[in-house]
Design a protein. Structure first.
Ligand code: FAD
Ligand code: NAP
Length: 537
């Protein structure tokens, strides 16, 4: 695990206009916008630098699955012009450099207290301020508090008996060490075959003596077809860029626009179109028709198409069958994008263990035991995911009006108005919070939209001399019901995915992502109508 030894500093006791928690892309852009508005600010970040996801997830093979040219901020023409990505899907070090460049360019690091975790936030009704406390003893009062704490920032480590007895290192992909990890000559066990496992396994296999992959659920993965970005790629992107910005402004469609009424395309057309998407690479295959994620019939064709591709790639038919996802429709667990993942199982130094058939029993001092066999290992990699969407928010002790606690308010699952604010918690905003498109959209675009909305709301309040904005319970309830109804019209609830909270024991089964159309317009309408659905005072 990364060394987080802390640099000494005295606790802060002060009052600022706004506190921003999180130093990822969300926190950085929020600090930038609020400083432009002239607010006094304090940022907090648990890590020792900016970058968030890209600071923590340093595992071999980590890269974006949205093309780099689009996994980029759009708010500044100059920033867009001066940054050049080297690959179609940039790797983690390059994305972290991009984050660092943004921090330097806008002078953001000075606003952030690093190595500092916010532990508590209490709303003081007398002053309409938040009192924020940290693990460093800081006490900061602020009118506005923005949680940019990330949808995928709390790693999930499975409780496996005997883990503490293992003689070698255990790494989590989401807390990868900063110094390079050398697996040369080692027998490495990887638990987990979501995006992190699928990205890291091929890279670890190139180095390790042997890799044993412990797979509980086979996953759909699509080839990235990665490669260097050329001048011609940039030129083409440049030509379409103004139109892209227009599309974003117009509120690019939700994930499954027009789904219910879309006709079912002829079978041959479906297969032809899937092939085109497959050849192009990336995630777009699951959006090839508006009803891939809503019609079981259409989804079955897409799922079969990908299973056939797996069969063609993997030489051993028994291994190919084990790697073929069954039991959940394609796209209802986060689709993965890979560089030679399935081909990796053709290597002599890679083996696949089905831990659904023979579950993991224990980690032993020398390896891992399933109900069928013992595996000797020198190192274990947990690619076991995150307590997504709510994990970081609920890890803090957040108390709103009348002593209401966020963990109690969300005992049955997260409820938020537009995914931006929670009734009973005035002046508290979430960037890409539950109930917004968040993880089912390009996150940098989602972050920009939320940060701009939050900044405009704060600017509005200050211009009018107002100091309290709070979601109304009925507006929130209507939004939550709408988010649920939209999800229920799709295939998403069919999967035991992290979207549904199914990877965390005891977590309420709620789909906390808005997949309908017109989200941006809805947010703009709310603001245009004087913050409809909010009590402002
Ligand atoms: P984060 O980057 O998660 O940053 C949140 C920060 O808040 C963290 O640094 C954390 O330490 C800090 N924090 C949390 N709680 C506290 C606290 N209490 N006190 C202090 N600090 C705190 N999205 C895409 O759109 N495309 C992709 O290709 C893509 N690839 C991904 C790859 C990986 C491996 C992962 C894990 C996620 C990926 N995502 C992707 C999602 C990714 O999280 C977002 O794109 C984006 O980086 C989120 O930025 P953020 O600032 O909202 O959150
Ligand atoms: P994940 O999708 O939740 O996958 C976790 C894996 O670990 C699953 O295969 C899960 O199996 C397995 N697992 C968990 N606990 C286990 C246990 N006790 N025993 C055996 N297996 C266990 O997590 P992730 O791969 O870290 O990805 C999370 C999200 O981060 C992605 O969906 C994506 O949004 C983002 N991400 C993106 C990229 C990218 O390509 N840009 C890369 C990494 C992450 P089950 O399925 O059976 O639960």
């Amino acid at each position: 695990m990364a060394d987080q030894s802390k640099t000494a500093r005295a606790p802060m006791v002060k009052t600022v206009d706004a506190v921003v928690v999180g130093g990822g892309f969300g926190g950085m852009y929020q600090l930038h916008r609020l400083r432009e508005l002239g607010l006094s600010l304090q940022g907090f970040e648990a890590g020792d630098d900016v970058g968030g996801t890209w600071y923590w997830n340093r595992y071999p093979g980590a890269r974006c699955d949205v093309p780099s040219l689009f996994y980029s901020f759009t708010f500044s023409e100059a920033l867009t012009r001066e940054w050049r990505w080297s690959e179609k899907y940039a790797a983690q070090p390059e994305i972290l450099r991009y984050a660092g460049h943004i921090a330097d360019r806008y002078g953001l690091r000075d606003l952030i207290a690093f190595q500092t975790r916010v532990t508590k936030a209490v709303f003081d009704e007398g002053s309409n301020q938040w009192l924020i406390e940290t693990d460093r003893g800081d006490q900061v009062r602020a009118r506005w508090c923005v949680m940019a704490t990330g949808c995928l920032s709390v790693p999930q480590e499975p409780q496996i008996t005997g883990a503490e007895s293992f003689k070698g290192p255990i790494y989590h992909t989401g807390r990868w060490p900063h110094e390079p990890v050398d697996f040369t000559g080692q027998r490495v066990g990887v638990i987990g075959t979501g995006s992190s496992g699928i990205q890291s396994i091929p890279e670890i296999a190139k180095q390790a003596m042997h890799v044993t992959v412990f797979q509980r659920t086979a996953n759909y993965s699509l080839p990235a077809n990665n490669g260097p970005l050329t001048d011609a790629d940039y030129e083409k992107h440049q030509q379409g860029y103004a139109e892209y910005l227009e599309l974003l402004k117009a509120g690019a469609p939700g994930v499954i626009g027009g789904a219910e009424t879309a006709p079912i395309p002829p079978l041959e057309k479906q297969r032809h179109v899937y092939q085109k998407h497959w050849d192009a690479g990336g995630t777009t295959l699951i959006l090839a028709f508006p009803n891939v994620l809503t019609s079981q019939e259409v989804n079955d064709v897409a799922s079969d198409f990908v299973r056939e591709k797996i069969k063609a790639k993997v030489k051993d038919p028994a291994v190919a069958e084990k790697l073929s996802p069954r039991g959940h429709p394609i796209g209802t667990k986060r689709i993965c994008v890979d560089l030679e993942y399935f081909e990796t199982f053709n290597r002599a130094n890679v083996s696949l263990v089905d831990v659904r058939a023979a579950p993991i029993q224990a980690i032993t001092p020398t390896g891992l035991r399933t109900t069928e066999a013992d595996y000797e290992l020198d190192a274990i990699v947990l690619a076991t995911g995150f307590d997504a969407m709510t994990g970081a928010l609920l890890a803090m002790d957040i108390t709103g009006v009348g002593g209401a606690r966020l963990d109690q308010a969300w005992a049955g699952g997260p409820a938020a108005y537009l995914g931006l604010t929670v009734a009973g918690f005035p002046n508290l905003f979430m960037v890409t919070g539950p109930g917004s498109p968040s993880v089912l959209s390009n996150m940098l675009v989602a972050i920009e939209q939320h940060v701009d909305w939050i900044s405009d709301a704060i600017a509005h309040m200050r211009a009018k001399g107002l100091n309290r904005i709070e979601a109304q319970p009925d507006a929130q309830a209507a939004w939550v019901a709408h988010v649920k109804a939209t999800a229920d019209s799709s295939l998403f609830p069919k999967a035991n995915s992290w979207y549904m909270g199914a990877n965390i024991p005891g977590k309420p089964r709620v789909f906390p992502i808005y997949i309908g159309d017109g989200y941006r317009r809805k947010c703009e309408d709310v603001a245009a109508k004087g913050y409809e659905g909010f009590t402002v005072g």
